[in-house]
Design a protein. Structure first.
Length: 372
């Protein structure tokens, strides 16, 4: 039998609905509403107000056939959540704030973002529009920010802003271990009492758990947190193993201060995107503008050497696909036909043609041509 004959037979109406992807997907969703063709379905079952601008969304992930099932996760890992907004599928990466459970129930805590008016904010849409009963799509959990098998006798859990989410998950795991040989300091930095996510739970934990010492720095009343304060806030700092999460610039400067203070083991997660000016390189202090041509639609824009390409495109009124904004999910990956870029995560400079790059962690070092 020839290839053409086989192809014709497989496309025959006699095999419908088995050869019609849309009908197959529709049938699967009728059987299991949490079925998702390209990810893992999850239903919102509860929305909890944490602060005036943060909410926890409790999600029941898919555990049934047909469909991809939630595989479980390590406390501190993240997932990419996808929703449909104004007919467009948009994604954003969120840390998981709960422990892994056999029933597939997880939670993510979302903080309202400051909108720049040039792009749709998934976080703000969720805060305003996502409610119990609605279904979202998740990716499989990923990330290496989680409690290691060998735990030091002194732990510093250090977070800033919404960076408290994965750190809180790790603390919840530590509580379940019921270890009496670990001394834990939980240091959180936020603007004020009203911005303190999980405040009541953390204080209740500290009250009943002798091994846990809670330290909170309110920058609105005691001044901006300076990493040099760590030695004062955390006695015997160098003896601690550290789990650190917060905005990129904060995490970078705090990591440096910890290492200068003699800390040898640091596990770090950060968020908020990369800009060259945050990396501290002398070559990045002078801003230059470079022309960027988009090959597929012949549009062009200019990008500063101090701004990642994703932000530069959004500032130009374009709407590129993106997810995590920190170089993890690869949603914004595209082909660089020509030109020189700097990888803001590694510091590497590359002039290789036809190279796959991630817009959120790449800055222009020359005129560029991109295939998007």
């Amino acid at each position: 039998m020839s290839t053409a004959t086989i192809t014709s037979f497989l496309g025959s109406s006699w095999l419908r609905p088995f050869n019609d992807p849309a009908l197959v997907q529709g049938t699967a969703r009728a059987i299991n509403p949490l079925h998702k063709a390209n990810g893992i379905g999850a239903r919102v079952i509860e929305v909890i107000a944490e602060t005036a601008d943060s909410k926890t969304f409790v999600l029941q992930t898919n555990q049934r056939w047909p469909g991809t099932r939630w595989p479980g996760h390590q406390a501190g890992q993240h997932t990419m959540l996808t929703v449909t907004i104004d007919g467009r599928q948009l994604s954003r990466t969120f840390s998981i704030s709960t422990l892994s459970r056999a029933n597939g129930r997880i939670a993510i805590t979302v903080k309202r973002a400051r909108s720049n008016g040039k792009r749709i904010s998934v976080s703000n849409w969720m805060f305003d529009r996502l409610s119990a009963g609605q279904i979202v799509q998740l990716s499989a959990p990923t990330g290496d920010f989680f409690l290691q098998n060998q735990v030091a006798s002194k732990l510093l859990l250090l977070s800033a802003g919404s960076g408290i989410t994965p750190v809180m998950a790790i603390l919840r795991q530590l509580e379940t271990l019921a270890r009496t040989d670990i001394a834990i300091t939980f240091l959180h930095i936020c603007r004020s009492e009203s911005d303190f996510i999980f405040a009541a739970e953390l204080r209740a934990l500290a009250a009943r758990w002798p091994a846990l010492r809670l330290v909170v720095h309110f920058s609105g009343t005691t001044g901006r947190f300076v990493p040099a304060q760590l030695a004062e806030l955390v006695p015997e700092l160098s003896q601690h193993e550290v789990y650190l999460c917060g905005p990129t610039a904060f995490a970078s400067s705090t990591n440096a201060a910890l290492r200068n203070g003699g800390v040898r083991t640091i596990h770090q997660e950060s968020f908020g995107g990369f800009n060259a000016s945050e990396q501290g390189s002398e070559a990045d202090t002078a801003s230059q503008q470079h022309a960027v041509l988009l090959e597929n639609n012949k549009q062009s824009f200019t990008a500063s050497t101090q701004t990642n390409l994703l932000a530069a495109m959004e500032n130009a009124g374009l709407n590129p696909a993106f997810g995590c904004r920190i170089g993890i999910c690869k949603t914004c990956q595209c082909l660089k036909r020509s030109g020189v870029i700097k990888n803001l995560r590694t510091g590497e400079i590359s002039d290789a043609p036809n190279e796959l790059i991630q817009l959120c962690v790449s800055a222009a070092r020359s005129p560029l041509e991109l295939a998007i």
